[in-house]
Design a protein around this ligand. Structure first.
Ligand SMILES: Cc1cc2nc3c(=O)[nH]c(=O)nc-3n(C[C@H](O)[C@H](O)[C@H](O)COP(=O)(O)OP(=O)(O)OC[C@H]3O[C@@H](n4cnc5c(N)ncnc54)[C@H](O)[C@@H]3O)c2cc1C
Ligand code: SF4
Ligand code: SF4
Length: 405
């Protein structure tokens, strides 16, 4: 008797060369088919159903890769974790009568698991994305590098200005770029790019020049407090004026500001999560004559010394922006987090939430999300708004944006 014909799988794979390890896909996949180690992001062939929910959020296109394989011989997770590059498509010697799994269908994601909006605000300008890739990166020149946290403190955050000369690099506030550090990793392959939010407005840190700025924190301990020398953040913080840097991107098509100076912006951030808020605030400062939408900022850091841009921030007029600073490690003071201040200002937040012209932006370390969402729920529910209906409305209208890393 003949053996049953093998079935063929269109296997979903991630290109390790292009992937910038931003974790967006792992967060997006509704059925947890994506996982990673310190080397690669990989898709589990036993779980992935080809729904396509991860395709458009991936900033690089590295996740949109498919190979036809005999299902029983699909590339395992272990094999994918060890790759330096994607394997070539195999010539399949498929017997007549083989079954072919359904081609992946890219429709609307089956489950809305995201907490924030996956849409840009209705009036946002159209962003350019992926103009410069790993194969053809742009080369930027460093035209500024200033420390923006207190010099007598070990927390070291820098404001870096990059100039693109005659190369096109159009950006919008809220987008990010990828920086490729020189050299190779422990496996001997080129370092992957790290993503950094743009801290300047669309017309440049220095208006009318082809430049942008970043806010980069030097990583000297990892998330569990162990000493480590972060590859890209140390490279960037040590750059000198005149140095050249390989840049890819821009990335990001949803964390964008409304193109309407009458819109209210409620911005909540910690540490370098302030970068996009700086870009948006500066954009609105330059447009001040065109609208009077309210700006409210909740900004958290361990101490004033660790808060980037403390001095310049304090110079902004109170009539332009309502600033709330939360410090969690000031000696002799109770620990205060952004969500504590948000609860204390619940009535002002609720007043903003009542307006359809209000857009919310949250950026910073991943751990902040729960507290911020709870504080928004509290503000809404305390002041006659039902968060259970408001939250999906904000998401559907592209008005609640979360970017945590
Ligand atoms: C969308 C997006 C926007 C980002 N924007 C910014 C930004 O504007 N400014 C900015 O400074 N960073 C930003 N990041 C983080 C940035 O991409 C890098 O992850 C960060 O600079 C560390 O890179 P590294 O090469 O120095 O460390 P790596 O060599 O990649 O990591 C070294 C070790 O440190 C851990 N680690 C990584 N980051 C941190 C951290 N922040 N604190 C503690 N441990 C850490 C890693 O898990 C690893 O164990 C952003 C990330 C994303 C996804
Ligand atoms: S295609 Fe769907 S199931 Fe597969 S990894 Fe992407 S989001 Fe997950
Ligand atoms: S670049 Fe794409 S594939 Fe890589 S981690 Fe980010 S979303 Fe996933």
């Amino acid at each position: 008797m003949n053996a049953p014909a093998p079935s063929v799988l269109k296997q979903h794979l991630i290109d390790p060369v292009i992937c910038i390890r931003c974790n967006t896909c792992e967060e997006t996949c509704p059925i947890k088919a994506i996982t990673h180690d310190s080397r690669n992001y990989v898709v589990d062939p036993d779980i992935c159903n080809g729904c396509g929910a991860c395709i458009s959020p991936c900033p690089t296109g590295s996740i949109d890769n498919w190979r036809s394989v005999i299902k029983a011989e699909a590339y395992s997770l272990d094999a994918q974790l060890g790759w330096d590059e994607l394997p070539e498509e195999l010539e399949l010697d498929v017997a007549a009568g083989s079954t072919v799994d359904e081609e992946p269908v890219f429709a609307t994601p089956p489950l809305d698991t995201a907490r924030g909006s996956t849409l840009a605000p209705k009036s946002a300008a159209m962003p350019s994305v992926n103009l410069h890739t790993i194969k053809q990166p742009a080369t930027a020149t460093v035209v500024g590098n200033f420390r923006v946290t207190a010099t007598d403190h070990d927390s070291d955050t820098h404001h870096i200005v990059l100039d693109f000369g005659s190369q096109p690099f159009p950006v919008l506030e809220g987008q990010s770029i990828g920086i490729i550090p020189p050299g190779t990793d422990a496996h001997g392959r080129p370092h992957h790019a790290r993503q950094y939010s743009i801290a300047s407005p669309r017309d440049g840190e220095r208006p009318k020049y082809n430049n942008l700025s970043l806010t980069v924190k030097r990583v000297l301990v990892d998330h569990s407090g162990q000493p480590v020398r972060g590859v890209a953040s140390n490279y960037v913080c040590d750059l000198q004026k005149g140095d050249q840097v390989k840049v890819i991107g821009p990335f990001g098509s949803t964390f964008l500001m409304p193109d309407d100076a009458k819109a209210n912006l409620l911005m909540i951030c910690t540490g370098t999560g302030s970068a996009p808020m700086r870009g948006m605030t500066e954009r609105r400062r330059r447009l001040m004559k065109e609208g009077d939408g309210k700006l409210m900022l909740f900004f958290g850091a361990r101490s004033q010394e660790e808060l980037p841009y403390f001095g310049p921030l304090m110079k902004l007029p109170k009539s332009f922006i309502d600033i709330n600073l939360a410090f969690s490690r000031t000696p002799g003071q109770p620990r205060t987090y952004v969500q504590d201040l948000m609860r204390a200002r619940a009535s002002e937040i609720a007043a903003l939430l009542k307006s359809d012209d209000t857009h919310l932006y949250v950026c910073g370390l991943k751990g902040m999300e729960d507290g911020v969402i709870d504080a928004l729920r509290y503000a809404a529910d305390q002041h006659g708004l039902d968060w259970r209906t408001l939250h999906p409305k904000l998401k559907a209208e592209g008005r609640l944006h979360l970017e945590t890393y």
